[in-house]
Write a protein that binds this ligand. Structure first.
Ligand code: C5P
Length: 231
């Protein structure tokens, strides 16, 4: 599979179908999140799997152990490839989550700190004037490593510290922008910077879905990320 996930943040089947129809037939890595799944339902997963796409189901589970256990048990039916769980769900939930997917093809990705947050946001949340996103991400990544997660979702700027302390964890990085466009994302980087920092996978939404030519934007990002150089 290729390592650039397209965030399919659409709210109708028509929009998703029209977007995918622009691409020549090829297996893509698709990230389906709450916006799409809540709008059109889970059956789309099986359809996209049948078309050969890799499915990253980004539901960001965050609940008590038994609820996450039952949610993951239900999700096994859909043969998704990647699922996200907030690492702040706590040790017991993460442990149980790992046990449920152990003999399946589902890879667990732990959400560290959302890329729409910065140091000021985490300091406000955790009543600390010194805490940094970097420290919090590192600490949460440790919980992912301790529970045999496949990887974590983090900003490109946190890849180095994660690789240094938890070399077995894969890093999946959203917050990818081609230009200095202002979005709701705060911890951002270009595809080339993410590659140079050692990110294993990219998650890219609007830089592809809102591009004038989405296929060209995707190909450009894929080439940059695969070759590690501007084209
Ligand atoms: O459009 P953009 O590239 O900013 O979209 C990023 C995607 O990655 C969205 O679907 C968002 O839900 C997801 N995501 C994120 N930050 C995280 C985890 C997931 O932006 N920490």
């Amino acid at each position: 599979m290729n390592k650039v996930f397209i965030a399919c943040d659409f709210n109708s089947r028509e929009q998703l179908t029209a977007f995918l129809a622009k691409f020549p037939p090829q297996p893509l890595a698709l990230k389906l999140g709450m916006e799409l799944i809540y709008a059109i339902g889970f059956e789309i997963i099986s359809e996209l799997k049948q078309q050969g796409h890799t499915i990253f189901l980004d539901l960001k589970l965050n609940d008590i152990p038994i609820t996450v256990e039952k949610a993951l048990t239900a999700l096994k039916h859909y043969q998704v490839d990647f699922v996200t769980i907030h690492l702040t769900s706590g040790q017991k939930t993460l442990q149980l989550a790992h046990r449920i997917v152990q003999n399946t093809n589902i890879k667990l990705l732990g959400v560290t700190v959302l890329t729409s947050l910065d140091n000021m946001d985490v300091q406000e949340m955790f009543l600390s004037s010194t805490l940094t996103t970097n420290e919090l991400v590192k600490n949460l990544a440790k919980m992912a490593a301790n529970n045999c997660f496949y990887g974590v979702i983090c900003a490109p700027s946190e890849v180095t510290v994660i690789k240094q302390h938890f070399p077995n964890l894969k890093t999946v990085t959203p917050g990818i922008q081609l230009t200095s466009d202002q979005t709701d994302q705060k911890r951002v980087a270009t595809p080339l910077t993410a590659k140079k920092l050692g990110a294993d996978y990219l998650v890219v939404g609007r830089a592809i879905t809102m591009a004038v030519d989405p296929v060209a934007a995707y190909q450009e990002i894929l080439t940059i990320f695969t070759k590690g150089a501007e084209i």
